[in-house]
Design a protein. Structure first.
Ligand SMILES: [Mn+2]
Length: 323
C-alpha cells in the first residue's frame, strides 16, 4: 500500500537522461524517487533550509543541484570494485519548510525525519542540507530511533559551538545545541579538519571543557587521515549505540570547494575526505549522515555540488563493504 509521510514532499526536480549506453549505470537510473511502497535501504532526503546561515547562503538549493548531477555520474566505484546499484536507494524528497518561521523549520526537520524513520525503520538516511543548523534537529530525530547514546564524527573547518545569545540556532551552533540539550555528550564528539583563523579561542576552550576531540586540518595534512579517523571512530563509537556523521563541505580547501560560503585556504583535500568517508561507510555503527553548507549560486560549474555527490557515493561504496 502506498504510504505518504507527513512533512515530506516529493523531489522537486527529476533529471532523466534521454540517451543511454546499455552498459552504463547512471545514478539517475538508480537513485529514483520513492514510490511510497518500497522498503528502502538508503534514503536521500533533502533539507532545503539556509535562512539560518550566519553568512549569505543559497544552500537550500543544494538538494536540487545534487539531483541535477545524478545523470552525470555512474554508480560504479573502481577502487573498491563495487556497484552501488546493489543497494535499494531512493530519493525520498524534501522536508517541508516554513517560509519565515525558522524555529518551525527546525521542528519540521525533527518531526519530518522522525516520521520517515517510523514508516521505514531500516532506512539509512543520507540527509542533504541546507546549512549546518539542520544537524541539531536531525540528530535529535536520529537519537529517538535508538533509545541509547549517539556519537558524532564531524568534518568541518569550524567547531559550531557558538553561544546562542548572539543569535541562533544557526549554522554556527548545532554542536553546542546538541551538547546543551543533553542529546550528545561532548566526549562522544570528534571533529576533523578544524581550521585556524576560522574559530576563536573561547570556543576552543568551550570545546575542550566539554570533552570534544578535535583534529585540525594541519594535523590531517601532517599525520594523514587514516589514524585520525580511527581515533575519531573510537571517540564516537565507544559506549554509544550509533554514530552520526556530519560533513560540512567547508572542511575542504577552497581550491576543491569554491561553492561553500565560509571557504578556507589549506583545508582538507578531496582524498582525505573521501578516504575518511569510505572508512566511516564500512563501520556498521554509522547509522546516518548529513552533508551541508554548499551554495550552488556561488559554485563554479557545480564543482562543489559534484564534490557533495561524490562524497555521498564514496561513503556508500564503503557501506557496501559492511560485513
Ligand atoms: Mn559547520
Amino acid at each position: 500500500m502506498k504510504k505518504s509521510i507527513a512533512l515530506l514532499q516529493p523531489p522537486e526536480v527529476i533529471f532523466r537522461s534521454n540517451w543511454t549506453d546499455r552498459y552504463e549505470t547512471k545514478v539517475a537510473r538508480w537513485l529514483i524517487p520513492w514510490d511510497g511502497e518500497e522498503a528502502v535501504d538508503i534514503g536521500f532526503i533533502g533539507v532545503p533550509l539556509s535562512k539560518t546561515s550566519i553568512s549569505v547562503s543559497g544552500a537550500s538549493l543544494l538538494p536540487n543541484s545534487v539531483r541535477e548531477l545524478f545523470k552525470a555520474v555512474t554508480t560504479y566505484n573502481v577502487d573498491a570494485d563495487v556497484d552501488l546499484q546493489e543497494l535499494l536507494a531512493r530519493d525520498m524528497g524534501d522536508i517541508q519548510m516554513h517560509v519565515t518561521d525558522l524555529a518551525q523549520c527546525h521542528r519540521n526537520i525533527e518531526q519530518g525525519l522522525t516520521n520517515v524513520y517510523q514508516v521505514l525503520p531500516n532506512l539509512f538516511p543520507v540527509i542533504v542540507g541546507g546549512d549546518h543548523s539542520i544537524t541539531y534537529p536531525s540528530v535529535k530525530a536520529f537519537k529517538k530511533r535508538f533509545a541509547g547514546k549517539v556519537g558524532i564524527v564531524q568534518f568541518d573547518s569550524h567547531m559550531d559551538v557558538r553561544n546562542l545569545d548572539d543569535g541562533g540556532p544557526s549554522n554556527g551552533t548545532p554542536i553546542r545545541s546538541l551538547i546543551e540539550a543533553g542529546t550528545v555528550e561532548g566526549n562522544r564528539i570528534a571533529q576533523i579538519g578544524i581550521h585556524s583563523f576560522a574559530n576563536s579561542k573561547p570556543y576552543r576552550e568551550y570545546a575542550v571543557a566539554k570533552g570534544i576531540t578535535q583534529f585540525t586540518a594541519r594535523q590531517v595534512a601532517r599525520e594523514g587521515i587514516d589514524g585520525i579517523l580511527s581515533q575519531a571512530m573510537a571517540v564516537a563509537g565507544t559506549e554509544t549505540d550509533a554514530i552520526y556523521v556530519t560533513v560540512d563541505m567547508d572542511v575542504l580547501d577552497q581550491a576543491y570547494a569554491p561553492g561553500v560560503p565560509a571557504m578556507v585556504p589549506a583545508g582538507m583535500t578531496s582524498w582525505q575526505l573521501f578516504d575518511g568517508l569510505f572508512e566511516l561507510g564500512k563501520n556498521p555503527k554509522v547509522m546516518g549522515m548529513d552533508v551541508v553548507c554548499v551554495d550552488p549560486v556561488r559554485d563554479q560549474r557545480q564543482a562543489t555540488s559534484r564534490m557533495t555527490l561524490y562524497a555521498i557515493l564514496t561513503f556508500l561504496a564503503g557501506y557496501m563493504k559492511r560485513p
